[in-house]
Every structure is written in structure tokens, then in C-alpha cells.
Write a protein of this length. Structure first.
Length: 173
């Protein structure tokens, strides 16, 4: 399947999720609805839960995207000692240069150089995997290269121990 067909299928699925929420068929949670959260990093695992998460991504394109599944908070990214919080800068950096955000169209794709940086940075994100309430392990995320057409700032398709998911963080805009 070519890139354009994959992207069209993806956006058709996005429209279907939005329609099911608007009809009241699924519950809806918008992550950071007013944009006031400090840096946050989560993974939503694709699953038929009846709960759809919404988020803004795509840099200054301000694209709204949706995903049905369950949400897991992430850790292990750089911790800012002065602020006492994690920072998502390492995830945002491939989409920015010294002038600011480079991402402002819905139909953009990442170059091989940017993709390599994204892969390296995403591997630094830890996802806790609990086998029971007393036993857990940390696993690093892996970019899902079969879904590279979905990549936008603040939306990276990933593979996890739980299955397919999407790494989300606060969009720059």
C-alpha cells in the first residue's frame, strides 16, 4: 500500500472515531483540553475500550487526532531539577530548528535523517509493564515503522508489550 493510500485510510479512521464520539457511541477524553498542563508524556494503547482520546498534534498545523484505547503515563525522559518535572524537549526537537517549529502541514512526511533521530529519542522513553500488582518491568518504546505515515510532532506510532500504540506529548502550539 502506498503512502497516500495509507494516509487516506488513516484519516478515514480518524473521521469514523470522531463520528462515533459525536453520536454518543463512545466516551471521549481530550488530553490537556485547555493547554495548561506542563510537559506530559503518555502512550495510548490501541484497544476496543469504548474510550476515545483526543489530542492536538502536528506542530503549528494544530491537527486534532483521536485514538481508542487505554492510556499509560510514561517516564524516564530528562528531568529538569530546577523545575522538578520531566521535559518533552527530546521528543519535540526533531520537529524544530533554531527558528522554531518546522511542522505546519498535514501532508508532510519526515526525512530519513529526522526519522533516525525520532527512533533514537523514542527508545529513551520508558513504559512500565506490570505483570501483576507486585511485579513490574520497564520497557523502552519502539517506533512502529509500518505506520511511519502517521508521524507528526506529538504523535508517534509505537510498538509496546501491550501491542500497537501512539506516543503522545504536549504539542508545541
Amino acid at each position: 500500500m502506498n503512502f497516500e493510500t495509507q494516509l487516506n485510510d488513516f484519516y478515514s479512521h480518524q473521521a469514523a472515531l470522531e463520528a462515533s464520539v459525536n453520536k454518543g457511541e463512545k466516551q471521549f477524553v481530550y488530553i490537556d483540553p485547555d493547554g495548561t498542563f506542563d510537559d506530559w508524556i503518555v502512550v495510548v494503547i490501541v484497544s476496543k475500550t469504548g474510550v476515545v482520546y483526543g489530542t492536538q498534534c502536528g506542530g503549528t498545523a494544530n491537527e486534532q487526532r483521536y485514538l481508542e484505547g487505554f492510556l499509560i503515563p510514561c517516564g524516564s525522559l530528562p528531568f529538569n531539577i530546577d523545575d522538578g518535572r520531566i521535559t518533552s524537549d527530546i521528543l519535540t526537537s526533531p520537529f524544530h530548528d533554531s527558528r522554531g517549529c518546522l511542522w505546519n502541514r498535514w501532508d508532510e512526511t519526515v526525512s530519513e535523517t529526522v526519522l533516525a533521530e525520532i527512533i533514537k529519542n523514542v527508545q529513551q522513553v520508558t513504559l512500565w509493564h506490570h505483570t501483576n500488582v507486585h511485579n513490574c518491568t520497564r520497557d523502552c518504546l519502539e517506533v512502529d515503522l509500518d505506520r511511519v505515515y502517521e508521524i507528526r510532532e506529538a504523535w508517534i506510532p509505537v510498538k509496546t508489550k501491550f501491542g500497537r500504540g501512539v506516543l503522545l506529548w504536549n504539542n508545541c502550539d
